[in-house]
Design a protein around this ligand. Structure first.
Ligand code: HEC
Length: 152
């Protein structure tokens, strides 16, 4: 029964997707500007967006399953307490992948902004298997929240 429900949801999702695609191609003639607007926002610079920590707290729901924000032991992922400004792979006792553990990277806000847009593109081989966050504003909100949280 569970499997059946899942399949139905997946099919509904597919139907919605194709309905969406059909709509887009029908009025593609004058659609150049709006197409540009839905391009993945990897091109948006961090300096161009102002993060909102309150919105970032909500967005952090997407990270919470794997990351704690407490200055305590590791979960599935390393704690993100104080991550802004921290060198990659530096949480003591956390068993990082080679990719993340030996990355020569400091998680400044600009670097996090880029990483969160495409984690496995930025750090090939990382065990953080989440899709990139296309929405630049959402990434900036998350970073603002992470920064504010550690400052408390
Ligand atoms: C499904 C679990 C999972 C989710 C969800 C997840 N992460 Fe991760 N994350 C990981 C794992 C595992 C690692 C360690 C990766 C490695 O060692 O390759 C990691 C590593 C990181 C690192 C590098 C930390 C360091 O000390 O070098 C950052 C930054 C990070 N995650 C941010 C986030 C943010 C922000 C979110 C929410 C948008 C998020 N992660 C969601 C599992 C997850």
């Amino acid at each position: 029964m569970r499997a059946l429900i899942k399949t139905t949801i997946a099919l509904a999702g597919l139907a919605a997707l194709s309905a969406c695609g059909g709509g887009a191609s029908e009025d593609s003639t004058g659609a150049a500007p709006s197409e540009a607007a839905v391009e993945p926002s990897v091109e948006v610079a961090f300096a161009d967006v102002t993060g909102d920590p309150a919105a970032g707290e909500g967005a952090f729901g997407q990270c919470r399953a794997c990351h704690s924000l407490a200055d305590d032991g590791p979960g599935v992922g390393p704690t993100l307490y104080g991550v802004v400004g921290r060198p990659a792979g530096s949480v003591a006792g956390y068993n990082y992948s080679e990719a993340n553990g030996s990355a020569d990277v400091v998680w400044t806000d600009e670097v996090l902004f880029e990483y969160l847009g495409d984690p496995s593109g930025f750090l090939p081989g990382t065990r953080m298997m989440i899709p990139g966050i296309d929405d630049a504003q959402r990434r900036a909100d998350l970073i603002a929240f992470l920064e504010a949280n550690a400052a408390e």
